[in-house]
Design a protein around this ligand. Structure first.
Ligand code: PXP
Length: 254
């Protein structure tokens, strides 16, 4: 029996909107980027609607829901405003992330243990219409709390690992990758589906795709940066090929 699992790629288009917003007009259009990413083989689209609307804005999410058939993973903070927006749109998936106004990007994982009633209520309400994912560090206590919350998915924060890799800190890279691998294994043992994302490039995406528990990667900044040099179509195809090489280390199809 072939029990090898495929791995999906969600393309995060936030930074197409960042470039568009730099001039306040319509170009480049993140929905056009979403269409190109799907045509290149991506399995889904991810977009983060932040409280300050610094990149993706409400109309982008509405158009993604209306014009793109591929599944949308809406990243958002667990606030009343965002839960209301997601309730109106009912995207395929919602990924709850921590959000600080002053941060450049999502800097840390969600504190599920300290999230209290507000987070639990967001998970309960959103789960009625969307697959809910919690973006957390590979910390066993946070993973347990995520499983207890009833969320279907966790997305492991790969940012610290990717930073260690790019700083060529081998010891730290290995320790972080081991933490991610153990976290992924523990999460699956608790019945969670496991995704990963943040800071991934071709090299780190290939390495993490070799972990059999990872079902999906969500990647944005690097792909949009690469698209400047080779186009989004080639960047997405290169990323899928890197993931396939990682999966092949398991002898699994990508
Ligand atoms: N996953 C989550 C939950 C994120 O918040 C982000 C950043 O928006 C990503 C994945 C993608 O990270 P990057 O843009 O570094 O690939």
């Amino acid at each position: 029996m072939d029990n090898r699992k495929p791995i999906r790629l969600g393309v995060n288009i936030d930074h197409v909107a960042t470039v568009r917003n730099a001039r306040g007009g319509y170009h480049p259009d993140p929905i056009r980027a979403a269409r190109a990413a799907i045509a290149a083989g991506a399995h889904g689209i991810t977009a983060h609607l932040r409280e300050d609307r610094r990149h993706i804005i409400d109309i982008d999410v509405e158009r993604l829901m209306r014009d793109i058939e591929a599944p949308l993973n809406l990243e958002m903070a667990a606030t009343e405003e965002m839960v209301g927006i997601a309730g109106g749109l009912r995207p395929h998936a919602v990924c709850l992330v921590p959000e600080k106004r002053e941060e450049r990007t999502t800097e840390g994982g969600l504190d599920v243990i300290g999230g209290g009633k507000a987070l639990q209520s967001a998970v309960d309400v959103l789960s009625r219409h969307s697959r809910v994912s919690l973006f957390i560090a590979a910390d066993p206590a946070q993973i347990e709390a995520a499983a207890k919350s009833g969320a279907a998915v966790i997305e492991l924060h790969t940012g610290t690992w990717c930073e260690a890799v790019s700083a060529t800190d081998e010891e730290e890279s290995l320790a972080e990758l081991r933490r991610l691998a153990e976290g992924a294994r523990y999460a699956v043992s608790l019945g969670l589906e496991v995704h990963a994302g943040h800071g991934l490039d071709y090299g780190t995406a290939e390495l993490i795709s070799a972990l059999p528990e990872i079902a999906e990667l969500n990647i944005g900044h690097y792909l949009v940066g690469e698209a400047v040099f080779c186009g989004l179509d080639a960047a997405v195809k290169n990323m899928l090929a890197a993931m396939a090489r990682g999966r092949a280390r398991l002898g699994a199809p990508a």
